[in-house]
Design a binder for this molecule. Structure first.
Ligand code: SF4
Ligand code: SF4
Length: 549
């Protein structure tokens, strides 16, 4: 076995995993309705393919990926679409989002599927497309579309595929149970991923607090020469991608780089199993394993749950107490509080943690920083958490970025060890949100300025063109009224013969007018008397004119 490295910092919080690993995974019965948010992944939300009242089959696509970083959504069971509208979603904001509501018909009738067992001979791009069409995202919690990580690009050689079975966050045990019970699916999934990215070796990494899972994976991979299993000492946050890569390979992913840059791809064990189901059995991602635990749960366990199942159904099935003081999606370190159990299980939901105040760490008052440096010692990224804290408080968002705020993975180690009970991660999240919002404002202002400049340029251009047109017309009119120019026009080929023809026609009209010109009839053939009167009138006119002058 190759040696393991250890990253700086990290902590050893109480794990509380035994509570939910005493019984096997249980399939949760069909709920009365499924609430399926269109945005369950990183990237653009999917776009509905169904309408109100549509009958759908299990596994049928009900929303398609919208853009490259996006995935499809599928009906977790057969039934009727009863609504498409805003419903509460599990999100720290407590806001609602667009969801498709499906009422199950209880038939569980599958869409027709084409199963494949020759997947290891499939073209890599074909595999990626199938994974994308199956709506698979990283099941470790991040929700990044899995097909993107199956495409390292022609210039990247993947030396090592790491399968993340670390599950270092307290309370969560869904990956542990999956490795114990669905070992073969995971191994097949790993082989498919390794084939797609052309990895030279694959390593499944498991912490040493999961001996059953480790043993099961060891046995399942005994005859796989390119696939090994490593047992890593338990420490939080070892499951974080960059930390795990360092532990397994000794390679450091640069601050603004990707695992690809050091020839590594990381997928979660759950994602590997889902990829196997999508490729070999043509089953899209419609269910997942969720740990339901915490001191407010009387029967903590792992459930196989359809995506979209209301959290209330999980709590009821696990006999939750009436008194729940905090409901968290994820673990206590990196999870977030959910505001209503009416929200549903997402593709990324690995744990529902229901606690009472008895089990929560005592909430002592926040006190001033004593510059003890404990937070810096615990930080796995080698950041300076107290400096980040000072600059966040001072709203010095330029300086805080100089201290690599965006390298912070929000693991919470610093806050966990802080003797002054400073909720450090809250300050970092606040600073990140402010910076993002300022950047968005700046982007908007830049776009508005660009639009203004473009408009001004367009107007100036139009004005110049108009002036040029007027000048040209004026010149043409001048030329028309100058008979000497006519010759020139004709001689020069007359900008156009047409213009010369027009001039000639105008002249002909003028000549005709001249020819028909006649003297007024009352001034010819006058009598002497008439002529005398006219002469008198003319004389008078002349005299008046002279007087006026
Ligand atoms: S651990 Fe807390 S008190 Fe100590 S330096 Fe860090 S922020 Fe300050
Ligand atoms: S939350 Fe950020 S600053 Fe604190 S220990 Fe984790 S990575 Fe370091």
């Amino acid at each position: 076995m190759s040696p393991l490295w250890s990253f700086p910092g990290g902590i050893h919080p109480p794990m509380h995993k035994e509570e939910s690993t005493r019984s096997p995974i249980v399939k949760l019965p069909l709920p009365e309705r499924l609430i399926l948010p269109l945005h369950q992944h990183i990237g653009a939300p999917s776009t509905p393919d169904v309408n109100l009242g549509d009958q759908v089959l299990k596994g049928q696509r009900i929303a398609h990926a919208d853009g490259y970083v996006s995935v499809a959504l599928h009906a977790p069971t057969s039934g009727t679409i009863t609504d498409i509208g805003e419903y509460p979603i599990p999100h720290p904001s407590g806001l609602s989002d667009l969801c498709i509501i499906l009422s199950p018909d209880g038939q569980e009738k599958w869409i027709s599927r084409e199963t494949k067992d020759d997947y290891l001979f499939m073209d890599a791009s074909h595999l990626r497309n199938r994974v994308r069409d199956a709506g698979i995202v990283g099941l470790g919690g991040a929700g990044f579309p899995a097909f993107i990580k199956l495409n390292p690009g022609p210039r990247n050689v993947i030396e090592t595929l790491i399968i993340n079975g670390i599950e270092c966050e307290p309370y969560i045990s869904c990956d542990d149970m999956l490795m114990r019970e669905r070992t073969a699916n995971i191994v097949s999934g790993v082989k498919i991923i390794a084939h797609a990215v052309q990895a030279r070796q694959s390593i499944i990494a498991i912490e040493d607090n999961k001996p059953e899972a480790y043993q099961a994976m060891l046995e399942a991979t005994a005859n796989e020469p390119d696939l090994s299993v490593v047992q890593c000492p338990t420490i939080y946050p070892q499951g974080s991608e960059k930390q795990l890569i360092y532990v397994v390979t000794g390679k450091e992913v640069p601050s603004d780089g990707l695992p690809l840059n050091v020839g590594v791809v990381v997928h979660n064990v759950g994602t590997a199993a889902a990829i196997y189901s999508a490729i070999a059995k043509a089953e899209p991602l419609i269910s997942r394993i969720v740990t339901v635990t915490g001191d407010a749960i009387r029967k903590p366990q792992n459930l196989e749950v359809l995506i979209g199942t209301p959290i209330r159904s999980l709590l009821d099935f696990c006999d939750a107490q009436t008194q729940i003081d905090q409901l968290i999606m994820g673990g206590p370190m990196m999870g977030f509080t959910i505001h209503t159990p009416l929200a549903s299980v997402l593709k990324t939901t690995n744990c529902i943690l229901a606690t009472t105040y008895n089990s929560l760490p005592e909430k002592n008052m926040e006190m001033p920083c004593i510059r003890c440096g404990a937070c810096a010692d615990a930080c796995p990224i080698k950041l300076l958490p107290q400096q980040l804290y000072w600059y966040a408080r001072a709203k010095d968002f330029e300086k805080i970025q100089d201290y690599n705020l965006f390298d912070c993975i929000e693991c919470g180690c610093c806050a966990y060890v802080c003797p002054s009970n400073i909720p450090l991660v809250h300050y970092y999240r606040y600073a990140k949100t402010e910076i993002w919002s300022k950047e968005r404002e700046q982007q908007k202002a830049d776009i508005a300025r660009q639009r203004h400049d473009f408009r001004a340029e367009r107007l100036a251009k139009e004005k110049a063109e108009k002036a040029a047109r007027h000048k040209r017309k004026r010149n043409e009119l001048k030329e028309k009224s100058d008979p000497s120019k006519k010759e020139t026009l004709i001689k020069n080929g007359a900008k156009s013969k047409k213009k010369a023809a027009i001039l000639e026609a105008m002249e002909r009209v003028q000549a005709k007018k001249e020819a028909h010109k006649t003297e007024p009839k009352n001034t010819v053939n006058l009598t002497e008397e008439q002529q005398r009167k006219i002469d008198q009138i003319n004389k008078k006119r002349e005299t008046r004119k002279n007087n006026e002058d």
